[in-house]
Ligand binder design. Sequence first.
Ligand SMILES: Cc1cc2nc3c(=O)[nH]c(=O)nc-3n(C[C@H](O)[C@H](O)[C@H](O)COP(=O)(O)OP(=O)(O)OC[C@H]3O[C@@H](n4cnc5c(N)ncnc54)[C@H](O)[C@@H]3O)c2cc1C
Length: 428
Amino acid sequence: MTGFHQECLWEKVTPERARGERLKGEARFDVCVIGGGITGLTAALRLREAGRSVCVLEAHEVGHGGSGRNVGLVNAGTWIKPDDVESTLGAKQGARLNQVLGQAPAEVFAAIERYGIDCQAQHKGTLHMAHNEAGVADLRDREAQWRRRGADVELLTGATCAEYCGTDRIAAALLDRRAGTLNPMGYTTGLARAFVTRGGTLYERSPVQALEREGGDWRVRSADGSVLAGQVVISTGAYTEGEWTEVRRNYFRGYYYQVASRPLSGAAADRVLPHGQGSWDTRTVLSSIRRDAEGRLLLGSLGKADNKPDWFIRSWADRIQGHYFPELGKVEWELHWTGCIDFTPDHLMRLFAPAPGVVAVTGYNGRGNTTGTVIGQALADYLVKDDPEALPIPFAPVGKLRTAGLRSCFYEAGFSLYHAGQCLRVVL
Ligand SMILES: Cc1cc2nc3c(=O)[nH]c(=O)nc-3n(C[C@H](O)[C@H](O)[C@H](O)COP(=O)(O)OP(=O)(O)OC[C@H]3O[C@@H](n4cnc5c(N)ncnc54)[C@H](O)[C@@H]3O)c2cc1C
């Protein structure tokens, strides 16, 4: 296909995907992991390395969820500021979560190194870009809060800021040297391959339909087979399908789309984010901006693209590119794709132990490359050691977010209006 069309860039540039059979008949494992994304595969790999027999059940194919289609920012910390994490969770728990997620990019890059994963990994930092004076104040605050915690962050201003961002539209940018970028499908595929190479069993096209207690074990049923396991990890996140778990009632769905250009070259293209950082701006309905290994420009924002005509998405991308990088002239857009995010009202994730031997997580709020990696490791360590200290935050009761559907609709409508306003030059 040559024209502007719907296709995930990361699928296109990751041809060597992991492959698993469909689950047929009955099988027995120590642990059954449900969901083949970064969280599930990291947990499965860690459990396998601890000597457990482990299978992963994936409804579609590895990387079908957020793990295969995200922006690829390897972020440090949560979306909210570290002080806010501590005021929400309490000083001790908040400090622990800040510490674990602050060093999470290092865990991602260490895993890439350890398993030899080919995923365009760049440990060169991220840039949070202030689009106005309020944005600058917000970034100053973030810089001070992270510096108090010893993080390697620096607020860039003036000519340095313009040179790093490749635009004079940004007043200041917070360079976080802990962070970086990758091809998320490449990373996820690499984790799956490392798991299978170490004797793990991967089942694809095997959606879980029921989870039932059987003696002291769990029977995990799919259409053509079932797994009997002593322990279960539920890592289906925003993409949870079916009625077999209440965990999906603990978040509301939001969407995020991306647009990729054809590979760009030349002097003007070389000036866009020349030092290899991935970035996003301080708008409430933010825009993310990054390059890939082949020089494509990737723009993204909150909301869906797959329910809008191509001309609308192209016009939005032209507008953002023209605002930040007018020197590029007319850019040819090649691909767009959309993904789903599990949001929580306080922007913090939840860990659950809904039944004996079952653990689950949701609510990464759009930060799963790093969070999925460290939480996958933590859930595995918890199951191996039976030690709550392995977890960065305690388990929460499984609840029900009553306004989930309403919130999703409300936000989606708001994002669409905002993007229409950007296209019409009412905002931006
Ligand atoms: C467009 C977009 C951009 C994002 N950008 C970033 C970013 O730049 N940086 C960042 O850190 N995070 C980002 N995120 C968030 C990040 O992608 C996710 O938080 C992360 O991938 C979640 O990983 P996971 O393994 O927990 O879940 P997922 O990757 O969503 O995997 C869950 C899997 O479970 C499977 N599943 C669902 N139901 C069943 C069932 N019944 N049986 C079996 N399997 C099932 C799904 O098919 C899916 O493959 C973004 C997300 C999106 C959508």
